[in-house]
Design a protein around this ligand. Structure first.
Ligand SMILES: [Zn+2]
Ligand SMILES: [Zn+2]
Length: 395
């Protein structure tokens, strides 16, 4: 591995930062102490610091040389509502909250990259270090874009990174085009006519509606999508009824939809609405559909993916960078930044074999060995994208 020496030299500091953040997790838009911790460190490195974007977001600015060019590197600050069971010495001190997705590691390695880049002074231009709140569920990335992230801090492209325990440590993976899925939710509420369960002919039973609906929804992917396109329709909740001998008035069915392409997303939403209306008519109940588009697909642009791959190869070697990984139907709110700006999101392998625990598990812990790898990737990417004048002349 070709680690950046200035990043390797501060590995103990990055571990300390990471463990402090891990012990003090904060969730969506409540990352006050986390944001203050990040801002304090960025200032101590000599960076200009902006706080309060999307409530708890932080942007650090590092300028060097005379070039007008600028890029953005992004990390996420938030934890999850999980009771930690990792057993590590620096485990969460906040009941019911845990850094179970490794955003503590992402934050620590981007801080490390800021410090290493500030020490090396080997680029020409501006690097914006974006620390966003509320990646999980609440779309802090969207709020940052809406609050003018790219107007206040003009940049040509933006880059994101996530640790990926399902891929081996010392590897990277990314691809041009869709890498992660769009995330939508739906709720179908049916109202029939309740009554005595022994006299069903006097009711409009919403239970057969729910049964018919769930089966029919599974035909959307199987029968309505082009077989070459990917999509998921999962029913995850059914609520209705309270006792043995009463046909209830109401049933609620909820679930999630995942897709990569906008036309697939449109087709699934349209078919959910049509099927709900059709099945409701069949069983004589009233059905209402609430469909919410939460996160769009994470779609990398071609040239910027090339830049990310080049930087990753420089750090871990050509053979350890997968440029055609199978996209994942998980979702990521960096997608909102990629809708507004060219850029690339990469997975950094963090797995250590059979004992590896994946993210969102109460026994997960960020792999500290990846801190120097991630920081080296960020430093290399920034210096390759914004080459110093001396290097430009040599080239
Ligand atoms: Zn997560
Ligand atoms: Zn995450």
């Amino acid at each position: 591995m070709n680690l950046v020496p200035e990043a390797a030299a501060i590995e103990p500091q990055m571990r300390d930062w990471r463990h402090h953040l891990h012990a003090h997790p904060e969730t969506a838009f409540e990352e006050q102490a986390t944001a203050a911790y990040v801002a304090e460190r960025l200032r101590s490195f000599g960076l200009e610091v902006h706080t309060g974007l999307a409530k708890t977001g932080v942007v650090g600015v590092l300028r060097q040389g005379s070039s007008e060019r600028a890029i953005g590197l992004r990390a996420d600050l938030d934890a999850l509502h999980i009771q930690e069971a990792s057993g590590v010495a620096y485990a969460s001190r906040h009941a019911g909250r845990m850094h179970a997705c490794g955003h503590d590691g992402h934050t620590a390695m981007l801080l490390g990259a800021a410090l290493a880049l500030a020490k090396r002074r080997a680029f020409d231009g501006t690097v914006y270090f974006i620390f966003q709140p509320a990646e999980e569920n609440e779309g802090g990335g969207r709020v940052m874009v809406e609050e003018g992230l790219f107007d206040r801090f003009p940049m040509e492209s933006v880059y994101g990174l996530h640790n990926w325990p399902l891929k081996p440590f010392g590897t990277f993976a990314t691809r041009a085009g869709p890498l992660m899925g769009a995330y939508d939710i739906f709720e179908i509420a049916a109202t029939g006519k309740g009554g005595h369960a022994a006299m069903p002919n006097l009711t409009h039973d919403p239970m057969p509606f729910a049964a018919g609906l769930i089966n029919a929804l599974q035909t959307i992917v199987a029968r309505n999508l082009n077989p070459q396109d990917a999509g998921v329709v999962s029913v995850t909740q059914v609520h209705g009824g309270d006792t043995w001998n009463v046909i209830p008035e109401h049933v609620v069915v909820r679930g999630t939809v995942r897709s990569f392409k906008p036309d697939v997303q449109d087709t699934i939403e349209r078919r959910i609405r049509e099927i709900a209306a059709g099945v409701a008519a069949t069983f004589g109940v009233e059905a209402t559909v609430r469909y919410e588009r939460r996160y769009p697909a994470t779609v990398n642009t071609e040239a910027e993916t090339g830049h990310a791959v080049r930087a990753a190869r420089a750090v871990v070697g050509d053979e350890h960078v997968d440029t055609d990984p199978v996209p994942n139907m998980g979702s990521e709110d960096f997608s909102f930044m990629l809708q507004a700006k060219r850029g690339c999101y990469v997975w950094m392998g963090a797995g250590t074999g059979a004992a590896t625990v994946n993210v969102h598990n109460p026994r997960y812990d960020f792999n500290d060995a990846a801190l120097v790898v991630g920081a080296s990737y960020w430093v290399t990417l920034a210096e390759q994208l914004l080459p110093a004048a001396a290097l430009r002349r040599a080239a």
